[in-house]
Design a protein around this ligand. Structure first.
Ligand code: AMP
Length: 509
């Protein structure tokens, strides 16, 4: 099936339901949304010569046109390449070129960056700004009534990994993968309803954008904040007015939202569900989040290669405070989502038992078809359908997965593995510590030593001894940092993930 059939069907069943909003302003109901997608689909074929299977890039900041283009691309069987609008023009150009894009939809704030990198773009590639009159004329044209038929294994979404090391790789996701992800959303994450307002405060080019699918299926509202990004005050204001808000946020965003809610003496009224994931959520932070905002949280663990869909820690488990292992579960990333199996393997690929730590592997219908034009990465990453995530973790007897770290971030000191996350969890419970990232640095005696990069709370003073004593109270002596470095901020990528590689480089100098 073609995933755009969901839009066609909702437009038939609920033509007048509000579909696309910028802030509180309605841009389109479902009939208009589908008509625009159908018209874009036809124009792509007629005016740009795009055929089913051809790749069309989306290098635009969050806006409602993003969703129109996405469905327009799918409507005629083409493949969307979502590119984070904050990438450098040359990085975006490299992606367009690797994917062999025929056209890139851009926005007025990204077009310059891409044009400046024109030497790196595919020669025949055209660009069209979603803010232009030409675009507005395109979406008003005649459309074809139904999306082109597609098979479940046909490519729909070619997503380039954030590439904190080396060149990004193109993850090939099929229509079937996206259906699987959406079904898991409905079963394991949150029951989408026509009353929902899916708020895009994180980049639509990433998982947050993929979460439009279950909401299109159920006929909910899609809301892009006027700022186009994440402004905690804007989110809190919008939520009160929209009601039934559902949003995805990286842990750093949740943290900022909680700070804003505390400052305003609010509890997130109007927000039904905050789905968090994409990076570690520390126990201290989620406990505070629940204390401030109440039970509105669901966690997911996934990666581009199995988007948003490896495990989930449901609302129910966040609420089950009487369970004897409540805190252990709250610190986990939950259990396998409905279409997935999860296992832990050791260094020789052997499957490990409950409680044993090793690499997390995942298998199921959400797992990508493979990497675009990259057979070497395919053999390294996919083995008999099992996706090697590169994450280290352990499963408990009930199937809850606790992640330690990315395998390359594990610190080996004196021959023993130290998981940075444990050190970070310990330090974050200290009142002076706002953010922390633990990394390993080379050391002649120990091989590597643990270095804690700390961002202090406002007004707190540097004090290694105090932090050291705090660590000693909760983790083994050998795990505690041998050095503390105080920073104003931690380096993060566009999705809010801490760049440990950058920290290591910075401190090695
Ligand atoms: P990406 O492919 O950019 O979405 O990054 C995926 C990686 O983010 C995973 O392999 C994990 O290392 C990390 N990640 C995703 N979700 C979580 C989570 N809930 N907790 C901790 N780390 C996560």
């Amino acid at each position: 099936m073609n995933i755009a059939e969901w839009l066609a069907s909702t437009a038939r069943l609920r033509p007048e339901a509000p579909a696309l909003l910028t802030g509180l302003d309605l841009d389109a109901d479902y009939r208009t949304f589908a008509d625009r997608a159908a018209a874009i689909g036809v124009a792509l074929a007629r005016e740009y010569g795009i055929k089913p299977g051809d790749r069309v890039a989306l290098f635009a900041s969050n806006c409602t046109q993003y969703l129109e283009c996405l469905y327009g691309i799918w409507w005629m069987g083409a493949v969307a390449i979502p590119i984070n609008a904050k990438l450098h023009g040359r990085e975006a150009a490299w992606i367009c070129s690797d994917a062999g894009a025929s056209l890139a939809f851009v926005s007025d704030d990204t077009v310059e960056a891409l044009t400046a990198a024109s030497a790196d773009l595919p020669a025949a590639m055209k660009t069209l700004s979603v803010d232009s009159d030409a675009y507005r004329a395109m979406r008003e044209g005649e459309g074809m009534p139904a999306p082109l038929a597609r098979e479940v294994d046909d490519l729909a979404w070619l997503f380039y990994t954030s590439g904190t090391t080396g060149r990004p790789k193109g993850v090939m996701l099929s229509h079937g993968n996206l259906v699987a992800m959406s079904m898991c959303y409905l079963a394991d994450v949150d029951p989408a309803t026509p009353q929902d307002a899916s708020l895009y405060a994180a980049p639509i080019s990433h998982g947050a954008g993929l979460y439009n699918l279950p909401h299109v299926r159920m006929g909910g509202r899609h809301v892009v904040p006027e700022s186009g990004g994440f402004d905690p005050d804007e989110v809190l204001n919008l939520a009160r007015q929209l009601d039934n808000v559902v949003m995805f946020g990286a842990p750093t965003m949740v943290r900022r939202l909680i700070d804003a809610a505390k400052r305003r003496g609010e509890n997130g009224e109007g927000i039904r569900t905050i789905i968090y994931g994409g990076g570690p959520m520390y126990l201290a932070d989620i406990r505070e989040a629940i204390a401030v905002m109440g039970q509105r949280f669901v966690q997911i663990y996934g990666q581009g290669e199995s988007p948003m869909t490896i495990t989930a820690l449901s609302r129910e488990w966040h609420m089950n405070t009487d369970h004897p292992r409540y805190l252990e579960r709250l610190a986990s990333v939950g259990a396998a989502q409905s279409v997935m199996s999860v296992r832990i393997t050791g260094e020789d690929g052997e499957v490990l038992g409950a409680g044993e730590t090793g690499e997390v592997e995942a298998k199921g219908t959400a797992v990508m078809l493979g990497y675009w034009n990259n057979p070497k990465a395919n053999t390294e990453t996919l083995k008999d359908g099992w996706l090697r995530t590169g994450d280290v973790g352990r499963l408990d007897e009930d199937g809850f997965l606790t992640l330690s770290d990315r395998s390359k971030d594990v610190i080996i000191s004196g021959g023993t593995n130290i998981y940075p996350r444990e050190v970070e969890e310990a330090l974050l419970t200290h009142a002076d510590v706002r953010e922390v990232s633990a990394i390993g640095l080379p050391d002649p005696d120990w091989g590597e030593i643990v270095v804690a990069c700390v961002v202090l709370e406002e007004g707190a003073t540097r004090n290694d001894a105090r932090l050291d004593a705090h660590c000693l109270a909760s983790i083994a002596r050998f795990k505690r940092p041998k050095r503390y470095v105080y920073l104003d901020a931690l380096p993060k990528n566009n999705y809010g993930k801490v760049l440990k590689t950058e920290l290591r480089q910075m401190l090695r100098k």
